[in-house]
Write a protein that binds this ligand. Structure first.
Ligand code: URA
Length: 260
C-alpha cells in the first residue's frame, strides 16, 4: 500500500518516526522526503511455539513454597505483585533498592517485557524510566501508544549488580511470575524487548537479530498469544543504525494490534 504523503496523519506518523530516531531539529532544504514508501504487510500468523514448561523446583520462598506455587496461587495482579515482593529466590533482591514490578495500563492490548531494571528503575521502582525507557516511550509514541495504552514489565524484577546481564538460571528463577503475569494481563500481543527477554520467553538460544521481526505463538497456561521481539532501546542507543529495523517491527506490531 502506498503512503499518501499529502495526508496530515501520515506526515504526523513520519514525524513520530523521526522523533523515535532521535531527530529533534529540522534543517531547511531536505530532499526526497515525499518519495513514495510502502507499508509493511501484516505478517502471517506463525506456528504456535511449544509451551514453556514452568520450572517448579527452582527457588524457594519463606515456608518452602516454590516460585511456581507462589505464582499459581495469585488470582489478581495485586496478589502477584505482593507474591513477587515476598519472593526470596532471586539473588539480585538483596542489593536492590526496590522491586520493579510493572508500569502502564494492565487493560491495554500490548504487553512489553524487557530484561531487568537499571539504576534509575531501581530508584524509582518503575520499569524503563532511564535513558532507554525514554527511547522506548518514543518508540511507543511512534505507533500512537504510551503507558496508558501499553503495559510494561521485565523478566527480572530487581536490578542486577553493575547492570550485568542475568544468567539463564537467574532468569528462570523469576519465570513463573512472568508467565503468570502474562496470563493475568491477558494481552492481545506480547513483545519481548531485547535478546534476554526474547530468549527467556521463546525458550530459544537464538539471538535477537534472528528473533526480531518474527511472530511466534507464545503459549501460556493453554492460551496462545501472538508474540514478537524488538531490539532493546539500550542497543538502539548504542547502534542507532538499527532503528530502521526497529521501526519496521513497530509498524508490524501496530498492524497486528489493529488486525481484526
Ligand atoms: N532495561 C530493561 O530491560 N528494563 C528496564 O526496566 C530498564 C532498562
Amino acid at each position: 500500500m502506498a503512503l499518501d504523503l499529502n495526508d496530515p496523519a501520515t506526515l504526523r506518523w513520519y514525524l513520530a518516526w523521526y522523533l523515535m530516531a532521535g531527530v529533534d531539529e529540522a534543517i531547511d532544504g531536505p530532499v526526497g522526503r515525499r518519495q513514495p514508501a510502502t507499508l509493511p504487510t501484516v505478517p502471517a500468523p506463525a506456528m504456535p511455539a511449544p509451551a514453556m514448561p514452568v520450572p517448579t523446583d527452582r527457588a524457594v520462598a519463606p515456608g518452602g513454597t516454590t516460585a511456581a506455587e507462589m505464582a499459581a496461587a495469585c488470582r489478581t495482579l495485586d496478589e502477584l505483585r505482593a507474591a513477587v515482593e515476598r519472593f526470596e529466590g532471586c539473588a539480585f533482591k538483596a542489593a536492590a533498592t526496590t522491586t520493579v514490578f510493572a508500569d502502564g495500563n494492565p487493560a491495554a492490548p500490548l504487553m512489553l517485557i524487557g530484561e531487568a531494571p537499571g539504576r534509575e528503575e531501581d530508584l524509582e521502582g518503575l520499569p524503563f524510566v532511564g535513558r532507554s525507557g525514554q527511547l522506548l516511550d518514543r518508540m511507543l509514541a511512534a505507533i500512537g501508544r504510551d503507558r496508558g495504552s501499553a503495559y510494561i514489565t521485565n523478566v527480572i524484577f530487581w536490578r542486577p549488580p553493575e547492570n550485568r546481564s542475568p544468567s539463564d538460571d537467574e532468569v528462570l528463577a523469576c519465570q513463573p511470575f512472568v508467565l503468570r503475569h502474562i496470563a493475568l494481563v491477558n494481552p492481545q500481543v506480547v513483545v519481548a524487548v531485547g535478546g534476554i527477554a526474547a530468549k527467556a520467553l521463546f525458550r530459544t538460544t537464538q539471538g535477537i537479530t534472528r528473533l526480531r521481526g518474527q511472530w511466534q505463538g507464545l503459549v501460556v497456561e493453554g492460551h496462545t498469544y501472538p508474540a514478537t521481539a524488538l531490539f532493546h532501546p539500550a542497543y538502539l542507543l548504542r547502534s542507532p543504525q538499527h532503528k530502521r529495523e526497529a521501526w519496521r517491527d513497530l509498524l508490524a506490531i501496530r498492524a497486528r494490534l489493529e488486525a481484526p
